[in-house]
Design a protein around this ligand. Structure first.
Ligand code: NAI
Ligand code: MG
Length: 329
């Protein structure tokens, strides 16, 4: 299948909507809308019991707004998110000043905290739910110019805000974070912070300091948090992460010398850091998603929507392969 042409056309279309206020206003008339109530996305349960992100067409949304006593032009407060596969423009809209239960009833859905929604939504919908929330949050917290204190004004798509007094343009921001799975060849190093849910261990992570490269951050964070020296850095992938503010996660693998694995934990940052065997990791990966009604398991890893999980999966696959090559189970 050749995806180049539609993707290229879609990207050009979206670029125009981002930059051309008139074109974006026009697109609002045939848009698809994700609603958020105080940053919680609206979910709907399908007839087969699966939850999805509720997406409303313009006419349906206008109708609902009027029913709950809101002007239908409130639709224009939406922010452009992207395009569906069919080329329909997608928008997010914060409806936090409208009565929640009235909206839930009219929309036949429910507003769910994003962290919880991640456990309920099918995989591909989580990044869209996160993006919608992140854009709304950024606009809510960037209403004033940090140089003049004057209000900033959004463009129609919401791709930037301008202070007309200073002329400064503000663009939505993500803070770069490096996340790394360190291996000694047969075990991998996972750590937990006190604020993590009970029993959850993840890969090491840290915010990039101003002026640092990914490699510099990675070496510094591993040295700071567990006192180890890493080598053989390999890039794995990236992910936008909405909690607690937007981060841009850059995920890597790295190794340490098998004879230099003694961890020296920075207790101000981490509660614990431990080497885990292949067997422990494969068992943790097999565990079903967390059930809030049960006690959490003693050791578990972040769920599949987190890039930490991808790193751990990749490491386990790599181990499995090398075990096969060496005739081990
Ligand atoms: N998606 C995923 O799989 C994972 C995502 N993460 C995310 O990565 C982020 C960073 O991880 P940590 O190990 O906590 O970072 P970290 O090791 O750099 O420690 C956080 C501390 O760094 C300081 N800091 C420096 N720059 C900051 C900035 N731009 N924003 C906020 N704090 C800053 C603060 O004092 C903060 O308490 C977290 O927000 C976490 O949610 C972490 C692990 C897995
Ligand atoms: Mg850290």
């Amino acid at each position: 299948m050749n995806l180049t042409k539609p993707v290229k056309n879609m990207s050009r279309y979206l670029k125009r909507l981002k930059e051309d206020d008139e074109a974006c206003r026009e697109a609002l008339k045939s848009g698809i809308f994700l609603l958020y109530h105080k940053l919680s996305p609206l979910l709907r349960e399908t007839s087969s019991g699966i939850y999805t992100l509720a997406s409303l067409k313009t006419s349906d949304l206008e109708h609902i707004l009027e029913k709950v006593g809101k002007d239908k032009h409130f639709v224009n407060e939406s922010f452009l998110l992207g395009c569906t596969d069919k080329g329909e423009p997608q928008f997010s809209l914060e409806v936090g000043d409208i009565d929640r239960s009235a909206l839930e009833q009219e929309c036949r859905g429910m507003f769910v905290d994003l962290r919880k929604a991640f456990f309920m939504l099918p995989g591909p919908e989580s990044p869209l739910a996160a993006k919608g929330q992140a854009l709304l949050r950024w606009h809510q917290t960037n209403c004033f110019c940090s140089a003049t204190g004057q209000p900033t004004i959004r463009n129609q798509s919401g791709s930037f805000r301008v202070c007309h007094s200073s002329g400064i343009t503000y663009y939505p921001k993500m803070a770069p974070v490096v996340i790394v799975l360190v291996s000694d060849g047969s075990r991998c190093l996972l750590a937990r912070q006190t604020m993590f849910p009970l029993g959850m261990y993840s890969a090491l992570s840290g915010f990039c300091d101003m002026g640092e490269s990914v490699e510099e951050t990675l070496h510094r964070e591993v040295a700071e948090e567990v006192g180890l020296e890493v080598k053989n850095i390999q890039y794995s992938g990236s992910q936008h992460w909405p909690f607690p503010q937007s981060s841009f996660m850059l995920a890597c693998h790295a190794t340490v010398n098998p004879d230099k694995t003694q961890v020296n934990i920075d207790k101000a940052e981490l509660e614990d850091a431990r080497w885990f065997t292949y067997e422990e990791i494969t068992e943790a990966l097999r565990k079903p998603p967390l059930d809030p009604r049960r006690e959490p398991p003693v050791f578990w890893v972040p769920p599949s929507y987190a890039i930490a999980n991808q790193l751990i999966q990749e490491w386990a696959n790599q181990q499995q392969l090398s075990r096969k090559l060496h005739g081990l189970k």
